[in-house]
Design a protein around this ligand. Sequence first.
Ligand SMILES: [Zn+2]
Length: 177
Amino acid sequence: MASVHERLYRFCPTCKTKLKRKLIDRRRLLFCSNCSFTFWNNPKPVTIVILHDNGKILLLQRANKPLKNFWCLPGGYIDYEETPEEAIRRETKEEVGFDVGIESLVGVYRIDNDPRGVNIDIIYEAELKGKILLSEEHHNYNLFAIEELPAKIAYKHREAINDWLKNKEQGKQKFIP
Ligand SMILES: [Zn+2]
């Protein structure tokens, strides 16, 4: 069954034949009878970073739809040729203006509340070291103390922040060599 957020191809991206449903691996997937292309519609991987400074966390406020004015952690989609760590370094540079040194992995989250589709967020942490220069994707930023975090945090970034805190308290950070 297609979820509400699922965006489907109607035509084969390879040969332009109209796609039809076919039972594959017990799922009724869109399939091209001409060239055998199968539209798996897998979730998209995204890299995100919790940038912290003396226990405070950097959040950016979204300037555009969807989720306009919601607060979120910096990050974005992985480009085709990138590793996740290369992606988060590029995204941090683009969105907050400095080079980041990734320290550890906080967790991996399935994000099903983004109207653009289902994402898998790979969430890292790093120390905030640099002067913040926002891109036009965000119109505001703030370093929040944990007890002052805003209510409107997009995606599952609040959950990741809670996990980050818990990991830190228990000394359970998964360090990246
Ligand atoms: Zn085809």
